[in-house]
Design a binder for this molecule. Structure first.
Ligand SMILES: Cc1cc2nc3c(=O)[nH]c(=O)nc-3n(C[C@H](O)[C@H](O)[C@H](O)COP(=O)(O)OP(=O)(O)OC[C@H]3O[C@@H](n4cnc5c(N)ncnc54)[C@H](O)[C@@H]3O)c2cc1C
Length: 319
């Protein structure tokens, strides 16, 4: 194996001072549950800890990658030649309620945010119910459902630059668009965020959340038992200003991909845009299957699908 870009001294320091897992299998930290290792993974419990680690790694010129719950990434079988800073707290449910907004940590699970707001009788962010991942990951990728996304309700966020400097940015500086934000390019990390809320009828919110969770249960796999990362491809942009975005799943279904499989990777029976990495699947199976799906749509409709799931590490001829 070629030499790692991460210095052994740094790996040792991360292990002894920050309790890093050395090396860490990323299959354990991603919803696809496939892929190789990182030389070191640090579980960052607080924004301060994450900030000091980013400053240290930047100063020491060490490559690093920030991950939330790992529900929108596919890690290559060779792993990632960088330190992974995991900013995800599956147990946190603390949010600070202020007049007209709530302040939430970037490492809190999105569904916990939605659940807590229902409990507090404020919202309406029920559309986020059941979406896996952290608030930070959701803001970076402008996650959403039912025609609404987190960028619509964000007031401001505290972000950390790749050099380790903190600043607050207003939502309109983040150039939110369909499943994208300026953070994708700047690589700034969301430490915490203020989300706009209003007082709403609590019972109404509870019922809405329940019906959304039920709907998602019927249509989406549970990634814990059926490893996946949600939609593999983005929906298709309209060709005119008046047009609407079209579901990639429809084109995939029409192109006949439902029966496709590579190794143990196959399509979710209820959704042609979701790959399930079955037991024994590797990242290359998932990647090759996605390439086959893309090719089928290109051949049938002359449409170039764009990947929504982010590839981490090396994939041959990745697009
Ligand atoms: C079953 C299933 C259903 C899904 N349904 C939906 C859906 O309905 N709608 C939808 O939008 N998505 C959906 N997804 C995709 C996924 O849940 C979202 O993209 C989620 O927001 C990813 O968050 P994460 O913490 O897992 O990010 P990760 O996968 O860990 O990271 C994704 C990207 O975000 C960056 N990132 C992570 N944390 C931060 C942070 N704090 N600050 C800045 N950048 C950060 C990472 O560097 C990486 O580039 C689904 C996924 C699954 C498995």
């Amino acid at each position: 194996m070629s030499e790692s870009s991460v210095s052994p001294n740094i790996v040792h320091r991360l292990e002894t001072e920050f309790d890093a897992v050395v090396p860490a299998p990323l299959s354990r930290y991603t919803s696809f549950q496939v892929g190789g290792k990182t030389p070191a993974l640090v579980q960052c419990h607080t924004a301060d800890q994450l900030s000091s680690l980013v400053s240290l790694l930047h100063r020491e010129k060490q490559p690093y990658f920030v991950m939330g719950q790992g529900t929108n990434v596919l890690v290559s079988d060779e792993g990632v030649d960088a330190v992974v800073l995991r900013f995800c707290d599956d147990t946190s449910d603390a949010l600070i309620q202020q007049e007209g907004f709530v302040r939430v940590n970037g490492n809190m699970l999105l569904d916990h945010v939605a659940e807590k707001l229902v409990e507090h009788g404020v919202g309406d962010l029920t559309y986020l119910s059941g979406i896996p991942g952290t608030l930070g990951g959701a803001i970076a990728g402008n996650a959403g459902a039912f025609g609404r996304q987190i960028g619509d309700d964000l007031l401001r966020a505290e972000v950390l630059s790749i050099e380790g400097n903190r600043r607050w940015v207003e939502a309109d500086e983040l150039s939110f668009a369909y499943r994208s934000s300026a953070l994708k390019k700047s690589r700034e990390i969301v430490l915490q965020a203020d989300i706009r809320v209003e007082d709403v009828d609590g019972q109404e919110l509870r019922e809405k959340r329940e019906s959304i969770l039920q709907l998602r249960k019927e249509k989406h796999p549970d990634w814990k038992s059926e490893p996946c990362a949600g939609s593999v491809f983005r929906n298709i942009e309209p060709t005119s200003a008046a047009g609407r975005r079209q579901a990639a799943g429809w084109f995939l279904e029409e192109a006949g991909v439902k029966a496709f499989h590579v190794g143990e990777a196959s399509l979710y029976a209820k959704h042609a845009n979701i790959i399930i990495a079955g037991e024994g699947a590797c990242a290359m199976d998932v990647y090759t299957l996605s390439e086959n799906m893309k090719r089928a749509v290109k051949e049938r409709f002359d449409i170039e699908l764009v990947r929504e799931v982010q590839l981490i590490g090396a994939f041959a001829n990745a697009s």
